[in-house]
Design a protein. Structure first.
Length: 456
């Protein structure tokens, strides 16, 4: 770091995902870069995503962003839309359906082979272009600290290499685990390889940051690194979202009912063999005649899992499957609902998962019904904040639904969760602590960097 105390600290953020990409992995690094710049840091970003002409810019001036495209490009395969029986799309011919099924199977095997064979991940083709791209364009600018956000963890390899070349400390930001990730299906051999690579990459790391304590604890215990917890946090929405019809069920349809309808909503991706909407749907079936007064909206990629569970439970009249929707529409769906459904993996191995969706749900201030591991950090947060309940038993869920139905029939609405549930959880609250950690890294490494300059 430079000797002038008035010189703002310089941070290079390495993140494969960055705006204008709208993936979930974009939010945290984009918010960190914008917040650090707002707080007076000199920020540069290295990312894989280009900006097309006329595309909306980000909160980071484009001259501060180095966009290095992966090379050679690898194929990306999209999944099915997940649209359900209420989809208005025309049904394709049977032969087309068979061909689509064959293609999906082939693509699934190709993806599986890629995740098994490409090291450290399928974004490995970004490592060399990213390193070369930044070194060609940095124009003498040298960071005081490098932050890499993953997954993908190819970004960690990039950060470690640049830290070595530029003589700067680097910080690993874990949005998810790497070798310990239970959502990443792979062989035991591949898992061992990943652990070995992770250990090697982390030899040079100054500090690790993770979104939950179980992930941080695993890093400390497995790799002996200094690890801190910085949660994702609630993003203040750029548009005013008010309750509005989302097309799932018309207002006139609801008005014609003899009793108020209880509307629940799930927005987001459903992981096959991990997330199970079955207990909720079975609970609705247990309601008997009252099942007609409960309506659940599913919005997001579901791989046909919801439709299958609906058919097994026999509650098709109570469910609408919208398929993938925009972020803004998902917010409107949340605002329209009486309660929100959060699906996670009901397994002790999911103890450290703190999905970013929980923060969107908290901002909506609707009670949250979590189906997942009762001992996990997400369940603990809901309990501590008085923001919802955790339940996986259909009988118990049915009892809660009856309670909500009674409340709505009596008062016309389900009470909002307390505003205090949001205290300290906004993104800026978490990022302020993140910057404190980064300042500490800069200060600790400043003497070594000055002596390198003096000796060079």
């Amino acid at each position: 770091m430079q000797s002038d105390p008035e010189t703002p600290p310089r941070m290079l953020l390495v993140s494969y995902h960055f705006p204008p990409s709208d993936t979930v992995g974009t939010r945290r690094p984009a918010a960190l870069a914008a917040f650090a710049l707002q707080q007076g840091w000199d920020v540069r970003v290295l990312t894989a995503f280009p900006v097309e002409e006329g595309e909306a810019s980000t909160r980071i001036p484009e001259e501060r962003v180095v966009r290095a495209l992966p090379a050679p490009p690898l194929p990306r395969f999209k999944g099915t839309s997940g649209a359900g029986p209420d989809s208005t799309a025309a049904r394709p011919a049977m032969g087309t359906l068979r061909l689509a099924g064959v293609r999906r199977t082939a693509f699934r095997w190709i993806r599986r082979a890629g995740t098994e064979l490409l090291v450290p991940d399928t974004q490995v083709n970004w490592v060399r272009p990213a390193i070369r791209g930044f070194l060609r364009r940095h124009d003498g600018w040298r960071p005081d600290v490098i932050v890499a956000s993953g997954p993908p963890f190819s970004g960690f390899v990039v950060a470690a290499a640049l830290a070595r070349r530029l003589g700067a400390p680097w910080v690993a930001d874990y949005r998810d685990p790497w070798s310990a990730d239970e959502y990443w299906v792979r062989s035991a051999l591949r898992r061992a390889v990943d652990r070995r690579i992770e250990k090697r990459v982390l030899r040079s790391v100054a500090v690790c940051v993770a979104v939950s304590e179980p992930i941080a604890e695993g890093l400390r215990g497995t790799f002996g690194v200094d690890a801190h917890v910085i949660m994702n946090g609630i993003d203040r929405r750029p548009v005013h979202v008010t309750a509005a019809s989302v097309g799932a069920r018309s207002d006139s349809d609801i008005a014609d009912r003899a009793a108020p309808t209880l509307t629940l909503a799930y927005t987001g991706y459903i992981y096959p063999r991990k997330y199970d909407p079955g207990p909720l749907l079975d609970a609705i079936a247990l309601l008997g005649p009252d099942a007609a007064r409960v309506h659940v909206v599913f919005a997001g990629e579901d791989h046909g899992l919801v439709r299958a569970a609906v058919e097994r439970a026999g509650v098709a009249e109570s469910v609408t499957i919208l398929g993938p929707v925009s972020v803004e529409k998902s917010w409107r769906i949340q605002a329209d609902a009486d309660a929100l459904v959060l699906l996670l993996w009901n397994d002790p191995r999911d103890v450290g998962t703190m999905t970013g969706k929980i923060y969107d749900y908290l901002l909506a201030r609707r009670p949250i019904l979590l189906l997942g591991y009762e001992g996990g950090v997400a369940a603990k947060l809901l309990h501590e904040r008085g923001a919802g309940l955790v339940c996986n038993d259909p009988q118990a869920i049915a009892a809660h639904l009856r309670e909500w139905l009674a409340v709505k029939e009596r008062t016309g609405r389900i009470p909002a969760t307390p505003s205090s549930a949001l205290d300290g959880l906004f993104r800026e609250d978490q990022l302020a602590r993140f910057l404190e950690i980064l300042r500490g890294v800069v200060v600790r490494h400043a003497p070594a960097r000055r002596s390198d300059k003096d000796g060079g």
